[in-house]
Write a protein that binds this ligand. Structure first.
Ligand code: SF4
Length: 149
């Protein structure tokens, strides 16, 4: 929902803390997760993400969430799915070139980053290209696995 997407960007600071808290809790629970099995848990976890992140962030469930770097603005809502900053077509009023009824996802990402009040803007980190094979899988479980490594 677009309205919630904008609200989440305005509340990026505490929402990011909450988001990190969820990831840390899942990491703490990884012995249980390992026992049940990542594959078996993927669909139920994705369903939870669809409800929570879908409602709050308008998340498109790419399975490789970078919202923590983009001020809680999901880059998958960009019609061109830009992952490293805006295209060259952002309108003068900050609206999207393709969908002028909405703010550019990356203008919102910048606003969200400023609200994080972190020493270094996380938006500056270069993000890998989207891996289509991961779309529709649980980003939270992937993060737990990545942390294990
Ligand atoms: S203006 Fe912003 S949201 Fe629209 S296509 Fe370009 S980068 Fe994406």
């Amino acid at each position: 929902m677009y309205r919630m997407r904008s609200w989440s960007v305005r509340n990026a600071r505490w929402l990011k803390s909450l988001y990190q808290g969820v990831e840390s809790t899942l990491f703490f629970l990884r012995p249980v997760i390992q026992k049940i099995g990542y594959e078996r848990l993927d669909k139920p976890m994705l369903a939870v993400e669809k409800i929570t992140k879908g409602f709050l962030l308008d998340s498109q469930n790419c399975g490789q969430c970078i919202a923590g770097f983009t001020g809680l603005s999901c880059p998958m809502n960009c019609p061109k799915t830009m992952r490293n900053g805006p295209c060259g077509g952002v309108r003068a009023d900050g609206k999207c070139e393709v969908s002028p009824e909405m703010d550019c996802v990356w203008v919102q990402a910048w606003e969200g980053n400023k609200r994080l009040k972190e020493a270094v803007y996380p938006i500056q980190k270069l993000q890998p290209a989207l891996d289509n094979r991961k779309i529709g899988t649980s980003a939270w479980l992937r993060e737990v696995r990545n942390r294990e490594v």
